[in-house]
Design a protein around this ligand. Sequence first.
Ligand code: SF4
Length: 436
Amino acid sequence: MEAAGTTVAAGTTEAALACDSVLSAAPALSPEARFEAAAHAATAATPSPESPLTAARGLPHPASTTPLLGLGQAQLQQWAQDQGQPAFRGRQLHDWIYAKGARSLEAITVLPKTWRASLSASAGSDQAVSIGRLPLLHRSDARDGTTKLLLGTADGLSLETVGIPSGDRLTVCVSSQVGCPMACRFCATGKGGLQRSLLVHEIVDQVLSIREAMDRRPSHVVFMGMGEPLLNIEAVLAAIDCLCSDLGMAQRQMTVSTVGVPKTLPTLAERALERLGRAQFTLAVSLHAPDQRLRQELIPTASAYPLDALLEDCRHYVAITGRRVSFEYILLGGVNDHPRQAEALAKKLRGFQSHVNLIAYNPIDEEDFQRPSAEAIESFRRTLLDRHVAVSVRASRGLDQDAACGQLRRRLQGAPNPAPAAAKAIAQGLPDTAPG
Ligand code: SF4
């Protein structure tokens, strides 16, 4: 999910070109193979770890400088010592990067001037380091307190992040990719395709940027911004690790949301246990339809991942992690909001210990889906409740500020974006089944 007001140049990176070429070379592939191609492209679009510094946390780094953001205290201490500094300089760096939110090494005035000068002098060399903070390109504030930020990456791309206040809570909706290859038909991000997966520091930065912009400490993080988190599992888990260890957030206050990528749910569960020691974040699976036919109309990539197989993988995930799964369901007026469809959904989820979140669709400018009526939302909710399905309706926030995934970025970059090769390749060969 995602956000940007003046013209923001869309970046053209080697990574993005590599990604597009992989997928455009795949028109003859089966839907399953296209998923593999999308996953490979997402990985290929992420620079690989090169320095011992970033490899310490399994962190890839951008081509120009190595970011310190994303490293833990032990790694920063080690790095300071490798630089000929005492270990406590690493602790000072940690404090300034995470607690004080420093944006540049020059701003960390407790560090010796000579060291800061030598670090600045290394700019442009392979030894160059930076904190890795992303510049703010645009800020958009809704009347209900929701704030959207458009942040720029070192390679000229842009991504959205959203801060959603509610009482004592401040939830940050973070992006895991720039764009998304999943091509969901109701989503502004899906219309632009995938540019690349985000790096760990680019995910963590979103939480720091919201904290800075809203002058409040975020309490919750949801991976529901731009991108499919399960095509960027390692970076998502590393970011969760960093947010918990270095920013003091709780894993239980985090949610990872997916529309489903074959074979990745067990991987997510196993890697979370290996990497984090536990998988306490909430897994939210986007269903959006009670049957396979409608689901693949709305989510073209779902044709390679039958609904029953997805639900079976959810059960597997629950068995591995011991955590309940929640299901997301975007209500599209006249498409999937009929009480009969609520009945079918309840039947599908029978025996599943789960919770369904209903979300009323936010219309995208020229899109032909409609927001459901208040009566339709209530009737859908009531039908599920009557069948003993735990359900809640998520309040729409920031409606006056391009609240839905990808709307702000799209508006500022000029909509519509042509669908890139990534999305086309995934959708190719699937039935042309426009909803309605
Ligand atoms: S709704 Fe679909 S296309 Fe949009 S970001 Fe999520 S997975 Fe990608």
